[in-house]
Design a binder for this molecule. Structure first.
Ligand SMILES: Nc1nc2c(ncn2[C@@H]2O[C@H](COP(=O)(O)OP(=O)(O)OP(=O)(O)O)[C@@H](O)[C@H]2O)c(=O)[nH]1
Ligand SMILES: [Mg+2]
Length: 214
């Protein structure tokens, strides 16, 4: 019987850097220019095969807006990889990377994190600039465009693989307990009627978490 690995990938970065558009480009190979700011959280489920293993990926697309910042702890919980995004056309989104990164590391000290410089289609010369944040923290770094698709598949495939690798090797106590629980779930829920999907499949859901606004 085929088992299924669960991998949770979170997207982080300021509002309007293109997190949702990058996910949409990867999953639907589509791009519509209008912005609808993510409300709290959108969950995308995606099924794929990596090295002959069935992988059930959850992409957590978070809202970059400040008013949601108090909800972040639940986003980080049990995540296996992070895609951290900034917008090459807006300097503040690059400056704010250190805040996002600090928060990420407070909750998930060791998960792989990929840094993405998005919107290079607006000015391809931006790829000639040097962005030292990635070097400083030894993060894999990609220039990308959700609009024309540059490097999008590469970034997401790498994040899934790195997340799977992290999960295989993590010695974090909570991760180990969660792994055991997952195995337990798999055993107790072996019902052919709930059979897992083959190949790529996708579902999305919007989750509105209670706000902790003052
Ligand atoms: N030119 C260009 N515009 C982009 C690109 N990616 C996103 N955008 C535009 O930037 C705006 C914001 O994109 P979103 O994906 O909604 O941004 P977000 O990071 O999800 O923002 P929040 O949900 O508010 O956190 C939209 O109008 C997109 O069309 C890109 O690669 N190139
Ligand atoms: Mg969004």
């Amino acid at each position: 019987m085929d088992t299924e690995e669960k991998v949770k990938v979170i997207c982080l970065g300021d509002s309007a850097v293109g997190k949702s558009k990058l996910v949409e480009r990867f999953l639907m190979d589509g791009y519509k220019p209008q912005q609808l700011s993510t409300y709290a959280l959108t969950l995308f489920k995606y099924f794929t095969k990596i090295d002959d293993r069935n992988v059930h990926v959850e992409f957590w697309d978070t809202a970059g807006q400040e008013r949601f910042s108090s909800m972040h702890p639940s986003y980080y919980h049990a995540s296996h990889a992070c895609i951290l995004v900034f917008d090459v056309t807006r300097k503040t989104t690059y400056k704010n990377l250190s805040n996002w990164y600090k928060e990420l590391r407070a909750y998930r000290p060791d998960i792989p994190c990929i840094l993405v410089a998005n919107k290079i289609d607006v000015d391809y010369n931006s790829t000639k600039r040097s962005f030292n944040f990635g070097k400083k923290y030894h993060l894999p770094f990609y220039f990308a465009s959700a609009s024309d698709g540059t490097n999008v598949v590469k970034v997401f495939r790498e994040a899934i693989k790195a997340g799977l690798h992290y999960k295989d090797n993590s010695t974090d106590f909570v991760d180990e307990v969660l792994k055991e629980l997952e195995n337990f779930d798999d055993m107790s829920l072996q019902n052919p009627a709930n059979g897992s999907s083959n190949g790529s499949d996708l579902t999305t859901s919007n989750v509105a978490l209670p706000s902790k606004d003052k």
